[in-house]
Design a protein around this ligand. Sequence first.
Ligand SMILES: Nc1nc2c(ncn2[C@@H]2O[C@H](COP(=O)(O)OP(=O)(O)OP(=O)(O)O)[C@@H](O)[C@H]2O)c(=O)[nH]1
Length: 411
Amino acid sequence: MTRRILIIEDTPTIAKVQKHIAVSSGYAADIASSLAEATALISQNHYFCAVVDFILPDAPNGEAIPCAIEAEIPTIVMTGNLDSQTREIVEKYPIIDYITKENKQAYQYLKRQLQRLPRNESVQVLVVDDSRQTRRYVSGLLERHKYQVLEAGDGQEGLDVLQKHPDISVIITDNEMPIMSGVELCGEIRRLYSNDDKAIIGISGSHTSHLSARFLKNGANDYLRKPFNAEEFYCRLSQNVDMLDNIATIRLQANTDYLTKLPNRRYFFEQTTKALKLRAIQKQNSTLAMIDIDHFKSINDQYGHDAGDDVLSALALTFNKFFEHDLEARLGGEEFAIFFQQGSIEDNLNQLELFRQYLDSNSVSLTPHKIHFTISIGFVSMVEQKIDALLKAADVKLYDAKEQGRNRIIH
Ligand SMILES: Nc1nc2c(ncn2[C@@H]2O[C@H](COP(=O)(O)OP(=O)(O)OP(=O)(O)O)[C@@H](O)[C@H]2O)c(=O)[nH]1
């Protein structure tokens, strides 16, 4: 579903720039050039958020802000200048942010904010504080920016909530709490979860100057002293969520094959090495298939390298359909592997045979050049601790499949 944004702005060039930013960030956008137009649009549409100009011809004192807020539309205010009187009016309202239209930077900042809001809907934040009032205040700030919020009344409860909700990515914790202090909670979280997965922001009303250092030394990423300014809170929070996002992106890129978007060799080795060790200890078989496209060189030679790439991508998509519960990867070139996570040897072989037959019968419909292609498969199931050895055994079978005429499974 496309999210809709309302731009309330009377200068056409600025409205056009804002609309361009919104659309390039994935929104559908409506422009209102006056408060009257905005009121009419709000009565007809549901808006995910609004970008509101402070001064409009029929609303010279920021009257468009309460109009959006009362309609429960998360609001970003854009102003020409932010003197103390304007700031006072703006700060009265529970807005998402305000931006001064000073330079190009302001529009880049707006773009980042618009991109963060939909992202925040899937970010879980845990607020740990024994004061119900403070917890509610912090949760309210988070909800305004569309974060998913969970709460806990002390450190121990916080750990329990974390265990039940492993996708929580940010923990905001007070220090002075019964049972377990915020600093102790930080240490415990860092014993269980890495910095790459969860960010911690410590808060405290204490004036002890060492507390920020104690939080940081115990694994917190940031620290805020109460009472804190909402603007600073949002800036620090966004920075931490952005950092986690960047780490997740880098991790995904490092583990994914650029062409097929399947897991790559590196990821396959990492994951199977762990699984093989466990299975070998329990004397369980590990089951693996190596798959190679037949005569792939002649596909490249006949149709061109790009068409060859289409074949590789089409094969990857088909993998996902047939083996969604197993670990599949592109090992390199036109060579793929499947590490089976479930089912008996017979089940796995049957599924592979269905896959082989499906490609033989339907591969022409999978690529724009209507290329018919087949695959050869080497299959092994044995107690083995080393992935290299398992792959080598499967490769021997794959070689046999090629030798015996291709388009077949050898096990
Ligand atoms: N289009 C494309 N071709 C690739 C890619 N990676 C490797 N290749 C090509 O894959 C071909 C593999 O050829 P061979 O190893 O000779 O094997 P084959 O032609 O598939 O023959 P058999 O395996 O014996 O059936 C080579 O021509 C490589 O250039 C890629 O990412 N894209």
